[in-house]
Structure formats: structure tokens, C-alpha cells
Design a binder for this molecule. Structure first.
Ligand code: AMP
Ligand code: FE
Ligand code: FE
Ligand code: ZN
Length: 283
């Protein structure tokens, strides 16, 4: 049977173009059976998606995608079934969102010094209270006529090595794994190609899975990740990293899917994790 599970999807709660309700509607149109909302540094979109999916037969798995950093590159870690109300996780996410705001302001200042002025109010308007990401700044640049596409903004100015790039506050990958576990979630390394050297350490710290199926990954790349997952006893997940038009336009909703069995494995692992955590909290 064809699988209909996409475990990596963004909404307007971060840098996605569609609201959680619209994403659910699109998922239903495509015949998806399970969807995880994994916004950057926020779980704000999950409640709306759960509500929109009620009574439709579509399962929404609560999720988050937390950005972390190592010297050579960014590392993104997905947290499935995170407990949004967990205060430590939530307060850390709130700190990250705050730092995103400051960082975007500084990028706008840098761009102004490069004779690429932006109206800060417009950047805020585009983000509309979402976890502010570079795609929002890129959209403002596009509207101001400074670039001809979102990806051009990244390529020329705000990509990691670009002249208007500004760092922001992030935890280390190991800290994020621990924070997600403490928040009753399951940490999974997102789009792992390029950062697989950290997998052994993260596996020791309690990483639960690897996103081996991902938009653009070739069969031999996925095979390499499947072997790595097996070597470290990690679950295998997958998803599209859908954002909507403009931001990573090649990532189509449901463009990468995994079997329903993956969700069942995650659920079983989550139950076990909850039970172990309850025992640990009692002692
Ligand atoms: P931030 O979370 O603010 O660091 O921005 C990173 C986000 O920007 C990623 O999650 C993608 O959604 C988006 N992004 C990264 N690189 C590009 C690119 N070259 N073109 C379009 N969007 C990108
Ligand atoms: Fe994104
Ligand atoms: Fe990511
Ligand atoms: Zn993502």
C-alpha cells in the first residue's frame, strides 16, 4: 500500500507560507494520513493543526524543529510528540524566538549599510508574530526590489557565509537532544547529510532517529543513512520539509513519505520514554 505520512512540515508559525489550517486542508486533498507540524523553534502551530484535523481522519503528530550549531554548519533536530507545556522546553524556545527577532533587526541594519534598506515594520508584518526567520527578511528584500527571488537573497546576502548574515543564539546539538527528551519528546536528526559525523555522539546522548528520507536525497544517500541508523540502533523517519511557494519551492507537501509503521514505532518509543521518565521523576 502507498504510504501517506509526511513528518516534516512548516506553517506560518515559523517560515512556512500556509497556516496550520491550510496545511491540513492541503494534506487532506493529497490523501495524506499523518502529518507532523515541525516549525522552527516553536510549537505554536500545532494546536491549530490538531483542531483543523479533528474528525477528518488525518493524524497530526505534534513536533518542532530546533536549530543548533556546530562550527562547520547548522544542525536541525526534530522533536516529535514534544509536550508544548513543558516549561523548560518552552522557555528555551521562547529565548530562541527572541534571539531570532534581534538577529533579524541586526541583519536589516547590515543590509541598510549595504544600501539595501528595508522597512522593519514590513519585516514584522510579513512574519506576523511567527518565529522570525531569514525567509521573512528575504521576502521583504524581494518586495523592496533588492533581489529577484528568495533564494537570491540567501545566495547573495543572508546565507550562512553572506555579507548580511548574523548569528543567533543556539544550543549545541547534544543540549537540544537532552532538552527534547526532558520535554517528553523524541529527538530525530533532520536532513542529516553533511553532519553525519555527529551521529555517534548524539546517539549516545539519546537521539532516537534519523531523517533518512528527505526531499532531494538520492537512493544511495538514503541507503547510507539507513545503514548509519541501523549501526546506531536509530529509527528511520522522513519528510518533505514543505514550506510553501518561495521558500525551498522544490519541497512539496507529501513529496517524501514514509510508511505508517514509522508513526507506530515513534508512538511506541514515545510511550516507553514517557514510562521511563515517569519512573525517573518518582525516584
Ligand atoms: P533561519 O531559521 O532564520 O536561520 O532561516 C533558515 C531557513 O531559511 C531554513 O529553514 C529554510 O526554510 C530557509 N532557507 C535556507 N536556505 C535557503 C535558500 N537558499 N533559499 C530559500 N530558503 C532558504
Ligand atoms: Fe525553514
Ligand atoms: Fe531544517
Ligand atoms: Zn524544516
Amino acid at each position: 500500500m502507498r504510504s501517506h505520512v509526511d513528518l516534516h512540515v512548516h506553517t506560518t508559525a515559523s517560515d512556512g507560507r500556509f497556516s496550520p489550517t491550510d496545511v491540513v486542508r492541503k494534506a487532506l486533498e493529497l490523501g495524506l494520513t499523518t502529518l507532523s507540524i515541525t516549525d522552527h523553534d516553536t510549537t505554536e502551530g500545532v494546536g491549530e493543526a490538531l483542531e483543523a484535523a479533528q474528525g477528518t481522519g488525518l493524524e497530526v503528530v505534534p513536533g518542532v524543529e530546533i536549530s543548533t550549531d556546530i562550527p562547520q554548519s547548522e544542525v536541525h533536530i526534530l522533536g516529535y510528540f514534544v509536550a508544548c507545556e513543558d516549561s523548560d522546553l518552552c522557555s528555551k524556545l521562547a529565548l530562541f524566538r527572541d534571539s531570532r527577532l534581534h538577529r533579524a533587526r541586526r541583519m536589516v541594519q547590515k543590509l541598510a549599510r549595504m544600501s539595501l534598506p528595508l522597512d522593519w515594520k514590513r519585516v514584522e508584518e510579513i512574519a506576523s508574530g511567527a518565529a522570525l526567520g531569514r525567509p521573512h527578511v528575504a521576502q521583504a528584500m524581494l518586495e523592496a526590489g533588492h533581489v529577484s527571488s528568495i533564494s537570491e537573497a540567501f545566495d547573495l546576502y543572508i546565507g550562512r557565509t553572506g555579507p548580511a548574515y548574523v548569528e543567533r543564539r543556539k544550543m549545541s546539538p547534544a543540549e537540544v537532544v537532552q532538552t527534547i527528551l526532558a520535554g517528553n519528546g523524541l529527538p530525530v536528526l533532520a536532513h542529516p547529510l553533511g553532519v553525519t559525523h555527529i551521529v555517534p555522539e548524539l546517539a549516545q546522548r539519546g537521539l532516537v532517529g534519523l531523517e533518512a528520507y528527505y526531499t532531494g536525497y538520492a537512493p544511495d544517500e538514503t541507503r547510507f543513512l539507513l545503514d548509519l541508523a541501523a549501526e546506531h540502533d536509530l529509527l528511520v523517519t522522513g519528510g518533505s520539509d514543505f514550506h510553501g511557494e518561495g521558500v525551498q519551492p522544490g519541497n512539496k507537501l507529501g513529496g517524501v513519505t514514509v510508511p505508517q509503521a514509522v508513526v507506530e514505532e515513534l508512538r511506541a518509543r514515545h510511550k516507553r520514554h514517557q514510562a521511563t521518565r515517569a519512573v525517573a521523576l518518582q525516584t
